[in-house]
Design a protein around this ligand. Structure first.
Ligand SMILES: Cc1cc2nc3c(=O)[nH]c(=O)nc-3n(C[C@H](O)[C@H](O)[C@H](O)COP(=O)(O)O)c2cc1C
Length: 195
């Protein structure tokens, strides 16, 4: 409960690198998550140093392309400026872990209802694994940010990563250079019904 309470999304990081042993501990927590039919549909690719610079350069190229493609769509300016801000945070974090769904397909392809249900279950399983990562990192004194803004550079990123798996998102890891206060939560009164 302490780690659940203490975890925050961290958006400012110190440059200090994270020991591989600690990253492995975080990934070992990830793979203890439950998964639909125990499919364990996750794959993690860890980027740091120059490999991180390279993958984030690809993300930037993808975001620039998407910004141009979506420029006439309402809300796109907000969505893209948030994504560029996430990219800036990812550049500051010493480690970025790309998270893939090995059973998933590109979100730009149509899938039938049963494939969609399977994909929802696999996404939920991967979400559980990511939450384990965030909590384990909190225990180790490492800050994290769960990132979905990779979706705005989806095609460029998967082609650079060289995978046919589905890119779910990323987790940034690093020693926090800020101590945010808890973000607001809805109260149980608003969201729970006892029947
Ligand atoms: C699926 C998911 C995707 C997220 N994507 C981003 C992101 O791309 N960029 C970002 O800055 N924060 C991202 N967040 C972090 C949320 O904004 C954050 O969890 C929320 O505002 C609550 O703050 P807290 O994590 O400090 O409790 C994401 C969180 C989740 C669960």
């Amino acid at each position: 409960m302490d780690y659940i309470n203490d975890r925050r999304s961290i958006r400012k990081y110190k440059p200090q690198i994270i020991d591989k042993r600690l990253i492995d501990e975080i990934l070992n927590a990830a793979i203890l998550a439950p998964s639909a039919k125990n499919r364990q549909p996750w794959k993690f690719i860890v980027y740091s140093g120059t490999t991180k610079d390279e993958v984030l350069a690809v993300m930037e190229k993808g975001l620039i392309k998407t910004k141009e493609e979506l420029k006439n769509m309402p809300n796109s300016e907000y969505m893209l400026s948030d994504a560029f801000n996430t990219l800036r945070i990812m550049r500051e974090a010493p480690t970025i872990i790309m998270v893939l769904n090995t059973n998933g397909s590109s979100p730009f392809t149509d899938v039938d209802t049963f494939a969609r249900i399977t994909e929802i279950c696999d996404s939920l399983s991967i979400g559980a694994a990511i939450e384990n990562m965030l909590l384990k990192a909190t225990e180790l004194g490492i800050g994290t940010l769960w990132i979905a803004n990779t979706c705005y550079a989806y095609n460029d990123l998967v082609s650079y990563i060289g995978t046919t798996a589905q890119l779910i998102g990323a987790v940034a890891l690093g020693y926090a250079d800020e101590a945010p206060t808890p973000r607001p939560r809805k109260s149980l009164d608003e969201i729970v019904e006892y029947r």
